[in-house]
Design a protein around this ligand. Structure first.
Ligand code: BDR
Ligand code: CA
Length: 307
């Protein structure tokens, strides 16, 4: 069983990622930290708790982290995730508490006291991780690997050059990509091949109560964006990170050098990927996903919930 911490900004695809993680016996989720991104923190931390309860895990610890990026005002994505962040769904008010400790301090404390290095899964802007690394640089050696949804080897989504998670807090991303922590990057180049087509959504809908809720959220999620891009469904970005940790053989990748643009207004937040680095590579970039295998895994895991 792989112990992990999840940092996220739910967000519909974050929510699906949490459901996948919390139903997978291969993973032990030590805690969930939240970061402002898709919507404001007041929604994000509540959404995370609602999803834990939906997964039958009211015992999970959920923490609020940073409410804004390091330097820029927060840019949100309601048009993709809906007002409130969960596709306008009205889930029951959570009864589980929000932890009182700050998310950044939970990250630091857990890593400091861990007997062995821990894997971090990040599904939103990298603000919490950057602040943790600045506050307590010694934790870097306690991070086994950071597997992130972010960036792209090709084009962006929030701008022509940049992917949302990196664009929202490029300075935080810069801190993380220069930290020396082993990184695995799942960017748009691969998540745009993992599309929630109507057929895949219908399979989820038929697999049980929670699958039906997931499908309902996915019916809304990114529909406009997908149409604009001419895609037959929305890319299910964040759950790819969790699937990679559960079943890495669904993915293939390559060791590369990734740097984050933080100066140019035109290409701000672009992940510049060098496939032929001269020095030691700082990341593995995922270049291919088995999308059918991914949706089989997701459907099978969500079928265990509800009913
Ligand atoms: C990323 O941005 C967010 O809107 C999604 O949750 C995902 O983490 C995709 O660019
Ligand atoms: Ca996200």
């Amino acid at each position: 069983v792989l112990p992990i911490m999840i940092d996220c900004d739910p967000g519909v695809d974050d929510a699906i990622a949490l459901l996948l993680a919390l139903t997978s016996p291969e993973l032990e989720v030590l805690g969930i930290t939240t970061v402002a991104g898709n919507v404001a923190m007041k929604h994000i931390q509540r959404n995370a708790r609602q999803i834990c309860e939906l997964a039958g895990r009211p015992d999970m610890k959920v923490f609020a982290g940073c409410p804004r990026p390091l330097m820029h005002p927060l840019q949100t994505a309601e048009e993709v995730h809906g007002v409130g962040g969960l596709a306008g769904m009205t889930l029951p008010e959570p009864t589980m508490p929000l932890q009182t400790q700050h998310g950044v301090d939970f990250l630091i404390e857990t890593l400091e006291t861990a007997a062995a290095p821990i894997t971090l899964a990040t599904l939103g802007p990298l603000t919490n991780v950057a602040i943790a690394l600045i506050k307590a640089p010694h934790i870097a050696t306690k991070i086994e690997r950071l597997v992130l949804m972010g960036g792209s080897t090709t084009f962006g989504n929030i701008t022509a050059s940049a992917e949302f998670n990196i664009y929202v807090d490029p300075h935080a991303a810069h801190v993380v990509f220069t930290s020396g922590i082993p990184l695995t990057m799942l960017g748009l180049n691969v998540t745009h091949t993992v599309l929630s087509t109507p057929t895949r959504r219908d399979r989820l809908r038929a697999c049980g109560d929670v699958g039906a809720i997931a499908a309902q959220m996915l019916d809304f999620y990114g529909a406009e964006e997908a149409e604009q891009m001419g895609l037959p469904g929305s890319p299910l970005h964040d759950p790819c990170v969790i699937a990679y940790l559960i079943q890495p053989d669904l993915f293939t990748g390559q060791a590369v050098q990734v740097d984050v643009e933080i100066a140019s207004p035109l290409t701000l937040g672009r992940t510049v990927v060098d496939f032929y680095p001269t020095g030691e590579p700082n990341a593995t970039v995922i270049t291919h996903a088995n999308a059918d295998g991914f949706y089989d895994l997701l459907t099978q895991r969500l079928s265990q919930l509800g009913d």
